[in-house]
Design a protein around this ligand. Sequence first.
Ligand code: AMP
Length: 392
Amino acid sequence: MPGGLLLFNLQNNFMSFTDIALHPSVSKALADQGYSKATAIQQQAIPVVLAKKDVLGCAQTGTGKTAAFLVPILQMLLEDKSVQQHYIKALILAPTRELALQIAENTQSLSIHTAIRHAVLFGGVSQQPQVNKLKVGVDILIATPGRLKDLMNQGLVSLKQVRYLVLDEADRMLDMGFIHDVKRIIRHIPADRQTLFFSATMPSDILELAHLLLRNPVKIQITPAATAAEQVTQYVYFSEKQQKPSLLLNLLGSQASETVIVFTKMKHIADKLSRFLNKEGIRADAIHGNKSQLQRQTALERFKHRRTRVLVATDIAARGIDVDKLGYVINYDLPQTAETYIHRIGRTGRAGSAGTAISMCSQEEKPLLAEIQKLIKRTITVAGIPGYSQKN
Ligand code: AMP
């Protein structure tokens, strides 16, 4: 069956996963997940990766990017006879624990019918369970740069046989100051590897890094502005700062059954809002950079299982959060950069399903709103609730 892949014209994008000859265990896992139609990035990236080319992908989380690199990597590992021996053949670097865990979850579900093993490394927790997992032998390693570098320094990880390297959310990796760790790690990986490089934005320092790591990459771009603007219904409520808490309550009241992510730009506001909502009888948790790993994970689990209705999050903590069928995103504060707005609203309306993003905009935030509208090339519909709205 895997040989059937040769029959598939790699020049052509495919629409459905049944159009390409994937290993039966991968096809079965895709079917288990309910994925039939491939997303745009999957249609473009999978044939290119299977053709063993490097990829420079401009796409954000929420586009189906994870399966776009995992499906072909699993396929190639399964085609390889060494699949029976468990040593690290693929390394996936991610900037945050949350994203690393999500990639690990996807790896788990897509490799469930295979003998392929994986492990995930991230900091802020004891290293011993992670080391124990590595000692048993894994094929795919998913890691944040800091913890991986620590374990490499202790001689506990060897990357000498890595053939596939994925850098996910490279721009965030740079933002978080991981550039030196990333470069140091990559020096330990054989040069004749295949590299897949993904970033939501492509500023010049990212392009420089890409140039250093990639060989004749195929460029794939999934325009976030278009995706967000097309898939997410967006509204803006003009509201004075001090009216925002009660406007939020009102909005949550009108969508009684929905789980919602509320974005704030400051950690202390996230905490304050979460306390306020709980006091008002709406179950909420806050996640941000000052919360411990355990607190963040617990909050995310509670939210995913709908034990809380609202997750109040700051941008860094929320980047990459993947919660199935999230209907609503509320911007309690407008973000400082228009691109962050696109990342935020990308938490809803994922992989083709509809979603709604509501922004609260105070007088002093109006220039930010103008920037956002310029970037998404449309005017966001103004909505209002009597008593809360302010003249625009
Ligand atoms: P990602 O960008 O990898 O974080 O994926 C975003 C979301 O889309 C996740 O919830 C995936 O489970 C989902 N997803 C990925 N690929 C597909 C697909 N082909 N069809 C439907 N949902 C998908």
